[in-house]
Design a protein around this ligand. Sequence first.
Ligand SMILES: Cc1cc2nc3c(=O)[nH]c(=O)nc-3n(C[C@H](O)[C@H](O)[C@H](O)COP(=O)(O)OP(=O)(O)OC[C@H]3O[C@@H](n4cnc5c(N)ncnc54)[C@H](O)[C@@H]3O)c2cc1C
Length: 295
Amino acid sequence: MTDTEMFCYNNSIPYQKNLSTKSISTFKIGGLISLAVYPLNADQASLLIKFFNSNNIKYKTAGNCSNILFSDENTDYVLIKTDNMNSLVVDNERIITGAGNLLSKISTTALKSHLSGMENLYGIPGSVGGAVIMNAGAYGSEMSQIIEETEYVDCMGDIRIVGGDSHCFGYRHSCFSDKEIVTKTTIKLNSGNYQNIREIMTLVIAKRKASQPLEMPSAGSVFKRPQGYFAGKLIEDCGLKGFSVGDAMVSTKHAGFIVNRGNATSEDVKKLINIIQSQVYEKFGVKLEMEIRFF
Ligand SMILES: Cc1cc2nc3c(=O)[nH]c(=O)nc-3n(C[C@H](O)[C@H](O)[C@H](O)COP(=O)(O)OP(=O)(O)OC[C@H]3O[C@@H](n4cnc5c(N)ncnc54)[C@H](O)[C@@H]3O)c2cc1C
């Protein structure tokens, strides 16, 4: 047993050895991670950060891995997975949710509770924590509009609460550093009509199915939306729809997505990203910034 495994064992923190990132990521790409830990709550996340800091152990945090391109190689960090932080309380118009719950679960909980505000976010395949970090959004709604406060563990291992206005939300951006772990958040919704909420959720899913390559592994939009443009349109106008490197291909349905045709590697995706960025820059003078994260 390594020291980290022993620490987890002694503190009843679930862990898993040799986790395949290919199996946990929506891209279905990546090598093995020698150790993943699954804290149950902020107290356990805090213990882990303090232990990692005092032992110089590198770590990264992941939710549902729907916005991550994992490396093909074995990695030298411990992965903190938030799956077990799955508490869920509905309190009048508020939903207090652990970071590991999926957004889809929160949307259906809101529907059942006749609460409006989450319906446009239905179908984003992320966890609550990942959605807070990324300020995930769709169809005119984003997390910044509904978050009242968030509990997180800072880079020293201290548990803190940040209010809605202090998240520094921007487009696919929040104030958290990559050494902080979001553990819980309070979402404030408004009382609504069940049928109306359900209709919007059904419509939103239909729109996604019509416009996104949901039948193939991907990590969603690869690039942020450049101001005044749409990344997908720029890529399409470079004639890159369907262009591939190995099994990594620019989606023929939505050029803002790279899909994995089966055995794409992280290197294939990175090479394809470089080609897309340089062609879009040459043709339109626009620098495409990454939305997906490299792990
Ligand atoms: C088919 C498809 C469609 C998509 N559509 C949309 C869309 O419409 N709108 C949109 O915004 N996004 C979309 N995405 C991207 C993605 O689902 C979102 O960015 C989502 O919020 C990521 O959540 P996650 O839990 O999967 O985060 P991960 O991919 O696991 O992580 C993303 C980043 O957040 C960090 N992170 C995750 N959880 C925590 C935590 N608890 N504490 C600290 N850091 C954390 C990670 O370190 C990483 O930097 C789509 C993806 C796919 C595959």
